[in-house]
Design a protein around this ligand. Structure first.
Ligand SMILES: [Zn+2]
Length: 337
């Protein structure tokens, strides 16, 4: 049987604060005397009916976790631990998403926060062997002006390798803001050579994916899982080679699907659209990268050869260099199972 842990894979959708370990949150909250809702340590979403899950609770808990990252050392610790966890799960490439505007409270400029992330990404890549590139994300709650400024700053650090900014994202509540207001920010990022990776098609359906495709020219879409209801959309994504970053546990936690079985993994496999599977925010969803692969086997019933296909798609839809991708794909081909 295929060993999922040692299967080379790429992790393309992971948020900075959401990657935090529970023990780290306990440490930091104690150190700064910040009170943390106890439910963050259990599975805060599983006890709710799917109709009552959703963004509001998620954002509240995420913001508390974020407020515990106060110093440069705390900030570095998050990346060190994210890299370590990815290494343990067999990840070769991590594209870690961060909105530098969220961390100005550590006493640095936007550039300073980003340089800190890039520096630690480079160091942790060296220490763990997981190649870590950064996705700079703006928030759907930001003004167009703030988004454009963020894109401009990100544009100064463009590259595909460890410790470089590889893409520009759009995160936070999919129901907030207007997609078209971020068009200029994404144009700035694309012009500078950054890939476009907005969130969409999770809390809203395929109509919103169409809007995103038209306005933000995505190379990948964060989630996009609800595209499966629209065959014309699926054809468009396949033809234009726009990959999806599917996050199964996140979908269930936020009530997009009632159970893991309903996440349309088989439909995606048959669609011709490239996709990866990802953890999104393990601190809140209690499920890391390797767990997503276990679900493919245990809940979605994928055979080993199909799981290998998903791992290969995660690597091919990463923004690593051609030579790195070729190397990792070869490693997969050499696996005996
Ligand atoms: Zn996300």
């Amino acid at each position: 049987m295929l060993d999922l842990k040692s299967l080379p894979k790429a992790h393309l959708h992971l948020h900075f604060a959401g990657s935090m370990k529970e023990s780290t949150l306990r440490d930091l909250s104690k150190k700064y005397n910040i009170s943390i809702p106890e439910k963050i340590y259990s599975n805060p979403f599983s006890s709710l009916p799917s109709s009552r899950r959703g963004w509001h609770l998620f954002q509240k808990l995420y913001d508390v976790a974020l407020s515990c990252i106060k110093t440069e050392a705390d900030f570095r610790r998050i990346i060190i631990e994210a890299a370590d966890n990815d290494m343990k799960d067999g990840s070769k490439r991590l594209e870690l998403q961060i909105n530098p505007n969220d961390y100005l409270h550590i006493g640095k400029s936007l550039e300073g926060v980003l340089e800190l992330a890039l520096d630690q990404a480079k160091l942790s890549s060296r220490d763990t062997g997981v190649e870590i590139a950064i996705i700079v994300a703006t928030s759907r709650t930001a003004s167009a002006k703030e988004a454009e400024k963020t894109a401009q700053v990100a544009s100064n650090y463009v590259g595909e390798q460890a410790g470089q900014v590889v893409a520009f994202g759009l995160s936070n509540d999919e129901l907030a803001g207007r997609t078209k207001d971020f068009k200029q920010a994404f144009a700035i990022a694309k012009q500078a050579g950054l890939y476009s990776v907005p969130h969409g098609g999770e809390l809203l359906g395929d109509e919103h994916i169409w809007q995103i495709v038209r306005a933000l020219k995505p190379d990948r879409i964060g989630h996009g899982v609800r595209a499966t209801v629209d065959h014309v959309m699926l054809e468009k994504l396949a033809d234009d080679e726009i990959a999806l970053e599917v996050c199964p546990t996140s979908n269930v936690a936020l009530g997009v699907f009632q159970s893991h079985k309903q996440v349309p993994i088989r439909e995606l496999l048959g669609s011709g659209v490239r996709f990866s599977i990802n953890a999104d925010d393990p601190l809140l969803f209690k499920s890391r990268l390797l767990d997503q692969y276990k679900l493919l086997r245990d809940v979605n019933g994928l055979f080993d050869r199909e799981i290998i296909r998903v791992a290969k798609m995660s690597i091919s839809s990463s923004f690593a260099t051609y030579s790195q991708k070729t190397k990792w794909l070869k490693e997969i081909d050499n696996i005996k199972y």
